[in-house]
Design a protein around this ligand. Structure first.
Ligand code: ATP
Ligand code: MG
Length: 654
């Protein structure tokens, strides 16, 4: 019997093309020497990377871990991050270069140059100052994906106010909890936003939330949809009224590198969201470093990341990373299927996008919709593809490579978390030979290991706990208002060499070539007859069947085996949910992995429960598989109706 730890290796390897390698920042030789430099002198390495930023007082020290697990980076350095993102470009040819290329869902568009972005940010920052918002205050941003969202984020950074962006899909209750947890004094929002042709009542949601938020003194409202809203005199102001009074000048607040740039609540896949706190200098160093090397970013690139600024991916790789490098960033307001399922591909052709970054959940949706949508477009400007958010099933990787990259573009499968601030494990596109489904190797300067519970290192292909053994610049500094939760959640479990190390919450293995495979969340991993089976691997075996669009696998208590495997499966359009198909799928898993992983139950469903960032919420499926209904925290669930349908279909069977 094959054990799970040695299975599911998509055999094909994908080296970058000669043409890509020739122009890349890093080829194999370059990567080797960067790794050597980083391991010989990590502090010196990161101090050098920090020079990618504009500092008012350059740091002389890198890591300070005297208060571990509370760490500091570049602590004697001083800066304002917006000088790296904006001011520095104004004296170069980028002054008149497009910084933001924005498309609204209804088809409107705006192109904003670096000069204009700087001016808008300064006007907004000056307006916030005039309202009495100061360095260190917390400001909530709850907006649709419009340029003012980027202005708002950078305006807060300009004055040293700590921003906390709440994804525009969240409800009034979620806003209320985050405002109160962060102790915010102002909310920057919009009247509404467009989503699949419908209007989301953002201002109304804020009004509901604020019934229970005594600390909020100001609400600033961008007019996006023009819908009717109620303005509360004294508290509420229109964005345009405030900024039109301001000039395009606002002195940046110079802060210490350790100043909290933002608080961001995690997406809630595993439980109640945590207010992750990020620093300024360390965070910016890590995103600048990773943006440059992982995206192989060049001045002439046009870069499109489909994340929402409400998630960490949007913070690091729509706003801060690309702007630090003076890139042209494409930003799209709406849904990928609005008004048609080729919208992303249309945007890529229209603007000549060269780098495209999205999530596995989106890629699986594109696959489900069918190849005819991307095929209708040229996509010939693309040179690099990326993914983040979940393990990418090898079948989805191959589809992405063929249908979107047309076999020409390397794919960077980037593993990282809200807590890590920036990418941690990823291919370097000009140097790494990719294996579909593996995020490959830690970036230079990043110390990632897979260990047993007792901290000893796992052997090749042995599954274990994914940990980071050395602090990194983009590391979260604490959980807002709850340093204890920070220590316990991330440093309470695993010691390596007697010292607590950062535990990611993920289970993973390194293969015989030192490539990392993330197997799923530790809480999700199955234990079947004494074998630890990664959810990601069984799901990938299912998704490799041509009828399957998406699968989520969970365990249900079983007297004999410990856990029985229940697979929730969504089929591609045109395939029927029959017992024959279920039998075929069980065979598929046995063939790909072995009899030990054969699902006991296949349940067909038209959709899976997901967080609002698109990740599958297996903990809810586990409850449904076990008790018939989900009772855990559902505040971050995207579509509550999916759960009701799933629970209902269960009771039908019984
Ligand atoms: P919460 O912590 O509240 O449960 P979350 O973990 O979903 O929410 P994020 O920080 O957005 O919030 O997600 C990070 C997690 O996403 C990682 O721990 C990992 O499980 C998964 N992930 C991200 N990128 C990848 C990738 N390239 N390959 C595999 N897994 C990934
Ligand atoms: Mg997490």
């Amino acid at each position: 019997m094959k054990t799970i730890d040695s299975v599911l290796s998509e055999k094909t390897m994908f080296p970058p093309s000669g043409t890509f390698v020739e122009q890349a920042h890093l080829d194999q030789e370059g990567l080797r020497s960067l790794r050597e430099e980083a391991s010989a002198d990590p502090d010196g390495f990161w101090l050098k990377q920090a020079q990618q930023l504009v500092w008012r007082t350059p740091p002389t020290q890198a890591l300070d871990q005297s208060q571990h697990p509370f760490v500091r980076w570049f602590a004697d350095g001083q800066l304002n991050i917006t000088e790296s993102c904006l001011d520095r470009h104004l004296t170069t040819h980028r002054r008149n270069k497009a910084a933001l290329i924005w498309e609204g869902e209804p088809g409107d568009q705006r192109v904003i140059t670096y000069f204009e972005l700087h001016r808008e940010v300064c006007r907004a920052a000056a307006a916030l100052l005039r309202l009495g918002i100061k360095t260190g205050d917390r400001v909530i941003i709850y907006m649709p994906m419009v340029p003012e969202l980027v202005f708002a984020v950078l305006a807060c950074a300009r004055i040293g106010a700590t921003h906390s962006v709440i994804f525009g899909g969240f409800s009034a209750e979620a806003i209320r909890d985050r405002i109160n947890d962060a102790g915010a004094i102002a909310v920057l929002t919009a009247d509404g936003g467009y989503r699949r042709g419908k209007v989301v009542p953002l201002k109304h949601n804020v009004d509901e939330a604020l019934k229970h938020c005594p600390g909020i003194r100001h609400v600033v409202v961008v007019s996006r949809t023009g819908q009717d809203i109620t303005m509360h005199p004294g508290r509420d102001h229109f964005w345009n009224d405030l900024v039109k009074a301001e000039s395009g000048h606002c002195e940046p607040a110079i802060v210490s590198a350790e100043h909290p740039l933002f608080i961001l609540y995690t997406s809630g896949t595993t439980g109640k969201p945590k207010g992750v706190v990020h620093s300024t200098g360390g965070y910016a160093t890590q995103v600048a470093f990773s943006t440059k090397y992982v995206f192989d970013l060049r001045d002439e690139d046009t870069y499109f990341c489909t994340a929402d600024v409400g998630w960490v991916t949007g913070h690091s790789y729509i706003v801060y990373g690309p702007l630090i490098h003076g890139a042209s960033v494409v930003m799209y307001e709406g849904a990928p299927d609005a008004p048609h399922k080729g919208r992303f591909w249309e945007i890529i052709d229209k603007w000549g996008v060269t780098i495209f970054y999205t999530a596995p959940t989106a890629i699986r949706a594109f696959m489900r919709w069918g190849d005819q949508f991307p095929r209708a477009y040229r996509l010939n400007t693309l040179r690099l593809l990326g993914t983040v958010g979940e393990p990418i099933n090898p079948a989805a990787w191959i589809w992405y490579h063929e249908q979107i990259g047309r076999g020409r573009c390397p794919i960077v499968d980037t593993w990282w978390q809200t807590e890590t601030g920036g990418m941690m494990v990823s291919p370097l596109p000009g140097a790494t030979v990719a294996k579909p489904g593996s995020c490959t190797q830690p970036l230079p300067g990043i110390a990632v290991e897979v260990v047993h519970k007792d901290g000893t290192r796992c052997g090749p292909n042995e599954g274990g706990y994914l940990v980071v053994t050395r602090p990194w610049p983009g590391q979260l500094r604490t959980v807002w208002g709850d340093p204890d939760r920070y220590s316990k959640t991330y440093f309470g479990d695993i010691k390596v060499g007697g010292r607590p190390v950062y535990f990611t919450g993920d289970r993973a293995r390194f293969d015989e070539d030192g490539y990392l495979w993330v197997m799923g969340r530790v809480d999700d991993v199955l234990n079947v007859a004494g074998h630890r089976i990664g959810t990601a691997e069984v799901e990938s075996a299912l998704v490799s069947h041509p009828h399957v669009a998406e699968a989520a696998v969970v365990g249900r208590p079983d007297e004999l085996k410990g856990q029985a495997i229940v697979a929730f499966v969504t089929l591609r359009s045109g395939h029927s949910q029959t017992p024959e198909t279920a039998a075929l799928l069980k065979d598929q898993v046995v063939r790909e992995i072995g009899a030990i992983a054969r699902p006991d139950d296949i349940r067909f469903t038209d959709a899976l429960p997901k967080t609002r960032s698109g990740k599958i919420m297996r903990r809810l499926l586990r409850e449904i598989a076990t008790t018939g209904k989900a009772v855990g925290d559902v505040t971050t669930l995207e579509d509550i109706a999916v759960l009701q349908r799933l629970s209902a279909s269960d009771s039908d069977e019984e």
